[in-house]
Design a protein around this ligand. Structure first.
Ligand SMILES: [Zn+2]
Length: 269
C-alpha cells in the first residue's frame, strides 16, 4: 500500500520553522536519523561487551542452564509420511499420527522436568527410513532412545502393552517403560520382548520400542473416540514416568529385569 502523502506537500511553509526560506536546503533528516541510529548501536554494543565482561568476572550470577538434567532423550515417533503404520479397523485412527501426538506430550513432560528432548520427526509429512532415525539419535549423543509405536492384530479383542528391546543394555529401559505405561493405561503388562529392529540394533545407547496399546483393539477405539479422551495423555504420562524412573537410577532398572524375555521374529507394527 502506498504511503499517505498530503495532496500539497509543503509542510515547512506553515510550520514553526516558517521563518526558514523555502528555497533554503532542508536539514538532511534521513542522514541525521542514520547518525543517531549508529550512535545508539555503538552504545548498545559497548554495553553488551561491558556487561558480558562483568559477568565473566563473576560479578553476576551465572545464567541457569536451560535444562537442569544432564541426560538427554531422543524420541522417535514411529512411521510418518507415506508410511501410516497400523490403523484402527475403520481406518480413522492412524498410528503415524497418534505416535507423534504421544511423543509431543512426552517431550512436554520431560522438558518440564528439566530433560532435553530430541525428536526424529515433528510432523506427519516426513517419511523416515530407520537409518535416519538411529543416525539422528546417535549424532545427538542422546542418553537414551525411545521409539513410540502402537501394536496391531487381526483379533480386535487383543490389547496389552509390550516394549521391544534388542541389546542387553536396552532391557532395563524397556522394563521400566512397560511397567509404568501398562499401569498408567490400566491394560495387561505383557513385558518385554527381544526383536531385531534397526533402530534398536544400530543405536549406540539404551533404546526401546514402546508398543503402547493395540490400535486395532475395540476397547481402545471406544476410549480414544470418547469426547475429550485423555487416553494418549495417559500413555504419554506412563512413558515419561518409565523414562524418568530409568534415568534416575539406571542400575536399579537394569537389576529389575526379569531374565528370559521371549525373542520375536516378527513384530506387530
Ligand atoms: Zn509401528
Amino acid at each position: 500500500m502506498p504511503r499517505h502523502r498530503p495532496a500539497n506537500p509543503q509542510p515547512y511553509r506553515y510550520s514553526y520553522y516558517s521563518n526558514r526560506s523555502i528555497s533554503a536546503p532542508r536539514p538532511h533528516r534521513k542522514l541525521h536519523l542514520f547518525r543517531l541510529g549508529m550512535a545508539f548501536a555503538v552504545i548498545l554494543v559497548g554495553y553488551n561487551i561491558l556487561s558480558s565482561k562483568s559477568s565473566h568476572a563473576g560479578n553476576q550470577q551465572p545464567k541457569a542452564p536451560l535444562y537442569s538434567k544432564s541426560q538427554t532423550v531422543c524420541l522417535d515417533p514411529g512411521h510418518g509420511g507415506v508410511d501410516p503404520g497400523a490403523t484402527s479397523a475403520d481406518g480413522t485412527i492412524v498410528e503415524r499420527d497418534i505416535n507423534l501426538e504421544v511423543a509431543f506430550t512426552v517431550r512436554q513432560i520431560l522438558n518440564g522436568q528439566g530433560y532435553q528432548v530430541f525428536m526424529t520427526r515433528t510432523d506427519n509429512n516426513t517419511s523416515m527410513p530407520n537409518g535416519d532415525r538411529y543416525n539422528f539419535c546417535n549424532d545427538k549423543k542422546a542418553t537414551i532412545l525411545v521409539s513410540i509405536h502402537h501394536n496391531f492384530f487381526s483379533d480386535t479383542s487383543v490389547d496389552y502393552d509390550t516394549v521391544l528391546f534388542y541389546k542387553s543394555i536396552d532391557e532395563g529401559l524397556a522394563t521400566s517403560i512397560v511397567n509404568a505405561t501398562s499401569s498408567q493405561l490400566n491394560i495387561p503388562d505383557n513385558g518385554i520382548a527381544q526383536f531385531e529392529d534397526g533402530v534398536l540394533s544400530e543405536s549406540k545407547m539404551p533404546a526401546a520400542v514402546s508398543e503402547g496399546f493395540f490400535i486395532t483393539s475395540t476397547h481402545e477405539y471406544n476410549i480414544l473416540t470418547q469426547p475429550n479422551s485423555t487416553r494418549l495423555d495417559d500413555e504419554a504420562k506412563g512413558l515419561a514416568n518409565g523414562i524418568m524412573n530409568y534415568l534416575r537410577d539406571p542400575k536399579a532398572a537394569d537389576a529389575a529385569v526379569t531374565p528370559g524375555a521371549p525373542v520375536l521374529t516378527q513384530s506387530g507394527e
